[in-house]
Design a protein around this ligand. Structure first.
Ligand SMILES: Nc1ncnc2c1ncn2[C@@H]1O[C@H](COP(=O)(O)OP(=O)(O)OP(=O)(O)O)[C@@H](O)[C@H]1O
Ligand SMILES: O=C(O)C1=C[C@@H](O)[C@@H](O)[C@H](O)C1
Ligand SMILES: [Mg+2]
Length: 199
């Protein structure tokens, strides 16, 4: 069954899912999990190593395996990886089991945030080499174009470019609380009634 209070944070790499997720969970009084971290624990190796040794397809399968364990959880914020929605089995699972929240950011801001990070294998060159800010920006444009249609299926979308982290957390807390309250009420009203023997 779909659990409105199982919150999946999506958005491009660098949009702030891992930064905002724990703060948001704290503000909502929910638990928190970072899918990338859970995969690293499950596989007992870093994401960089999983990509280098087993390839992206294997990493996507791991995302699905770890996600499956979360179905049915309530009052939980999950920060997804930036590409999790591109794998059809993961996308279906997420849509069917919780509420999707999209942290929207522009390619320019994403490139600025990602240009100093070394732990995003997809933001490196074909041979694992470091890319310039301009090259990263080009890669982000291309990937974002492919990924955005699925990000935009989210029930809640928030702009992050012009907001401080604290403001994003505050605004999301309000939006999520309202969304979950309404969705749970709808589920309660639409629940089929049990028939007693005399009926
Ligand atoms: N206004 C802002 N909102 C969100 N993050 C910001 C903001 N300003 C700066 N940042 C920085 O941008 C970075 C976002 O990285 P983070 O790891 O949270 O992204 P992510 O969405 O989890 O990426 P990935 O998909 O690769 O896991 C952090 O270093 C964060 O401090
Ligand atoms: O954008 C992506 O496809 C990725 C983002 C990260 O969160 C990690 O899940 C991994 O580096 C892949
Ligand atoms: Mg992250």
């Amino acid at each position: 069954m779909k659990q409105p209070s199982l919150i999946f944070l999506t958005g491009f790499s660098g949009s702030g899912k891992s930064t905002i997720g724990p703060l948001l969970a704290n503000s909502l009084g929910y638990d928190f999990l970072d899918l990338d971290k859970e995969i690293e624990l499950f596989a007992a190796k870093s994401i960089n190593r999983i990509f280098a040794e087993e390839g992206e397809a294997h990493f996507r399968d791991l995302e699905h395996t770890v996600l499956e364990k979360l179905v049915g959880r309530t009052e939980l914020v999950v920060s997804l990886g930036g590409g999790a929605l591109q794998h059809n089995p993961c996308f279906s699972l997420i849509i069917a089991s919780g509420t999707l929240v999209y942290l929207h950011s522009s390619p320019e801001i994403l490139a600025k945030r990602l240009s100093h990070k070394t732990d995003r294998p997809l933001m490196k060159g074909d041979n694992g080499e470091r890319l310039s800010k301009e090259q990263i920006e080009k890669k982000i444009f291309a990937l974002l174009e492919q990924r955005e249609p699925r990000y935009k299926t989210a029930q809640i979308i928030i702009e992050t470019d012009t907001k401080r982290i604290g403001s994003t957390v505050e605004e999301l807390t309000r939006k999520i609380e309202r969304y979950v309250r309404r969705a749970e009420k709808r589920q309660f009203v639409n629940k089929p009634k049990k028939h007693t023997k005399s009926e």
